[in-house]
Ligand binder design. Structure first.
Ligand code: PGA
Length: 252
C-alpha cells in the first residue's frame, strides 16, 4: 500500500563536478522506477546541476532544508518557491544536525514544514532522540513532542502530504544502526501519534529509518512492517551503495 521511499542526503559534501557525476550514476543505477521512489538531496548550490542530470529519469530532486519565510531579508535562507523553481519535489526539515549545531527549535522546524507544503514540496520531517534521552527512557516523549508540534502547526492531516524520518541521533554517521526491532518500535509509536489526530493519513504515511543505513543492514530494516524506506547519509555518496539500498527496498 505504501510505496517505499529511499532518500539520499548528501549533506555538505561534493563539488559541482562530483554532484553531476553522482547524480548521473544514481540515475543509471536506478533505471526504471521498479516500485520504489528515489530522491537525492544535494547541497543548495548544486540543485540546478543535479536537476539537469535527473531530467527524464525516475529519480526526484530534494533540498536539505527550506525557509519558513517567503522572501526578503532572510540572509542565508532559501525559499520554497526557489526550490520548486529549480525542480525540487521534496525538502528535508528538522534534521538533527540543524537542531543540534544550529539550535533549530521545534517551532521553527514546524514553520519550515508548513512552508514546504505551502509550496507543494513534500516535507521530510526528521525526528529522533539523542543517546542521553534514550538512556533516560525519554525516547517516546521526545518523538511525541517533535511530531505533535508539526501536527499543531500544519493541521491534523499534516502527514497526508508529508514524510517522517526516524533518525536516532546516536545512529547518525556513527556506524551504529538501530536494530530492526528498535526501529520498528519507534516507527509504530510515531504512526500511533499521527493516528491519534488522523487515522487515514497515519495509514498512508511513509516512515523512513535513518542512521547508518547501508546495503547490508537495509534488507532487515526495510522488512519491518512500519519501515517504509530510508534516509541515507554516508552511503548515499557512493552510487553503488545507494543503488543497492534502492534495490533492497524494491525486493521487500
Ligand atoms: P548516515 O546519515 O546515513 O550517514 O548515518 C543519515 C542522515 O543523517 O540523514
Amino acid at each position: 500500500m505504501r510505496v517505499p521511499l529511499i532518500v539520499g542526503n548528501w549533506k555538505m559534501n561534493g563539488s559541482l563536478a562530483r554532484a553531476g557525476e553522482l547524480a548521473a550514476a544514481v540515475v543509471s543505477g536506478v533505471g526504471e522506477n521498479g516500485g520504489v521512489e528515489t530522491v537525492v538531496c544535494p547541497p543548495f548550490v548544486y540543485l540546478p546541476r543535479v536537476a539537469q542530470a535527473l531530467a527524464g529519469s525516475a529519480v526526484y530532486l530534494g533540498a536539505q532544508n527550506v525557509a519558513d519565510q517567503e522572501q526578503g531579508a532572510f540572509t542565508g535562507e532559501v525559499a520554497g518557491d526557489m526550490l520548486t523553481d529549480v525542480g525540487c519535489r521534496f525538502a528535508i526539515v528538522g534534521h538533527s544536525e540543524g537542531r543540534t549545531h544550529y539550535a533549530e527549535a521545534n517551532a521553527l522546524v514546524a514553520a519550515r514544514f508548513v512552508a514546504a507544503q505551502r509550496h507543494g514540496l513534500t516535507p521530510i520531517l526528521c525526528v529522533g532522540e539523542s543517546l542521553v534521552e534514550r538512556e533516560a527512557d525519554d525516547t517516546e516523549a521526545v518523538l511525541r513532542r517533535q511530531v505533535e508540534v508539526v501536527l499543531a502547526a500544519a493541521g491534523d492531516d499534516a502527514f497526508a502530504r508529508g514524510v517522517i524520518a526516524y533518525e536516532p541521533v546516536w545512529a547518525i554517521g556513527t556506524g551504529k544502526t538501530a536494530t530492526p526491532e528498535t526501529a520498528q518500535q519507534a516507527h509504530a509509536f510515531i504512526r500511533d501519534v499521527v493516528a491519534d489526530c488522523d487515522a487515514e493519513s497515519a495509514r498512508s504515511l511513509r516512515l523512513l529509518y535513518g542512521g547508518s543505513m547501508k546495503a547490508d543492514n537495509a534488507p532487515a530494516l526495510l522488512a519491518m512492517p512500519d519501515v517504509d524506506g530510508g534516509l541515507i547519509g554516508g552511503a548515499s555518496l557512493d552510487a553503488e551503495a545507494f543503488v543497492a539500498i534502492v534495490r533492497a527496498a524494491a525486493s521487500v
